[in-house]
Design a protein around this ligand. Structure first.
Ligand code: UDP
Length: 327
């Protein structure tokens, strides 16, 4: 069967992508150093442990599996940490990706699906963020992802590497079968932290800033279900098979939810109280990030089915109650 190399396949989004690829008839080969991923999440194809900074190991894996494409998820992705330790982000995300892209080009694997982020756009209040919007990242995480987009563009011109770049908005939810789900250590994301607060694993959810220029004072984000998101990636592989060149797609729903609105939705979905504390702003956070594009829908035929807030929280809650928390 056709193999796809999935970097970060042991992580949250990568493991869901492996499940979707296997369902679509591909063999996902996970390449992961397990620094934030989990080996028990690798359930849908072979596992190759390795680090993107280790070029000989990458060459070995390309030679062994001969993948037709790469889905590149492996990255550090905490906005707050990236502000404290930018070098870690540039080394792991940018140098690691450069190694991967060079290894792929050397192996003749010229199709790359790359997970980028809406954090590359930065703080552009009240602007519709479509794929042509200017990119002014305000944190090192977003800056590192924008740099990788530039590398891909250069390698298309020089080596014929074609890419589909997905700029994610906020990814949420979990596999409805609860085979895989979100589990970061430490956790920094809103919805899993909120679910922890709901079932007493932590005392309260801290809302980071209540003085933003938004209707209720808290930050606004556009949340997209992880299963819908990875479905777009499978369509991205098909796009690369069928098209010349490269393309950027936003993956969001166009619907913005404030932190308080996410909390309110969680109360009604779980029928439980959410203990909250109002705290300071988190450095690097943008006020509002909402996708204004339907390009993925019109050009890829992307049809999200689970990205309404209630379904995302219900799926995350199911995983939260049944997932592998013995890790
Ligand atoms: N957030 C919060 N408390 C938390 C974690 C996150 O208020 O404990 C807020 C954060 O400031 C942002 C939104 O929730 O406005 C989403 O943050 P998350 O870290 O989930 O994703 P990001 O937008 O940073 O990619």
């Amino acid at each position: 069967m056709t193999k796809i190399l999935v970097t970060g396949g042991a992580g949250y989004i990568g493991s869901h992508a492996c499940k979707a690829l296997a369902a679509a008839g591909y063999t996902p080969v996970t390449f992961d150093n397990l620094c934030t991923g989990w080996q028990d999440a690798v359930q849908f194809g072979p596992f190759e442990q390795g680090d993107l900074l280790d070029r000989p190991r990458l060459d070995e894996v390309f030679k062994k599996h001969q993948p037709v494409a790469v889905m590149h998820f492996a990255a550090l992705s905490q906005v707050g940490e990236s502000m404290i330790d930018p070098g870690k982000y540039w080394r792991n995300n940018v140098s690691g990706s450069l190694n991967l892209i060079e290894a792929a080009a050397a192996a003749g694997c010229l199709n790359i699906v790359f997970s980028s982020t809406c954090a590359t756009y930065g703080d552009q209040d009240n602007v519709v963020l479509d794929e042509n919007s200017a990119q002014y990242p305000v944190n090192s995480y977003g800056a590192s992802k924008r740099a990788i987009e530039d590398i891909l563009e250069n390698f298309e011109a020089s080596h014929g590497v074609k890419s589909v770049i997905f700029r994610y908005f906020n990814v949420a939810g979990a596999d409805p079968d609860a085979q895989v789900g979100e589990f970061h250590q430490p956790e920094t994301h809103l919805i899993p932290l909120m679910l922890d607060a709901i079932d007493g694993k932590r005392a309260a959810l801290t809302i980071f800033g209540t003085d933003y220029d938004t209707p209720d004072g808290t930050c606004i984000r556009d949340y997209v279900h992880v299963c819908d998101l990875v479905d777009a990636h499978v369509l991205g592989i098909k796009w690369l098979e069928d098209n010349k060149g490269s393309r950027v797609f936003n993956l969001g729903t166009g619907n913005g939810f404030s932190v308080r609105e996410v909390v309110d939705n969680s109360r009604s979905v779980t029928n439980r109280d959410v203990p909250i504390v109002e705290g300071e702003r988190r450095p690097g956070d943008c006020t509002r990030l909402v996708s204004g594009s339907s390009r993925a829908v019109t050009e890829l035929g992307w049809a999200p089915t689970r990205s309404d807030m209630a379904t995302m929280i219900a799926d995350a809650w199911r995983w939260h109650q049944n997932g592998h928390f013995d890790r």
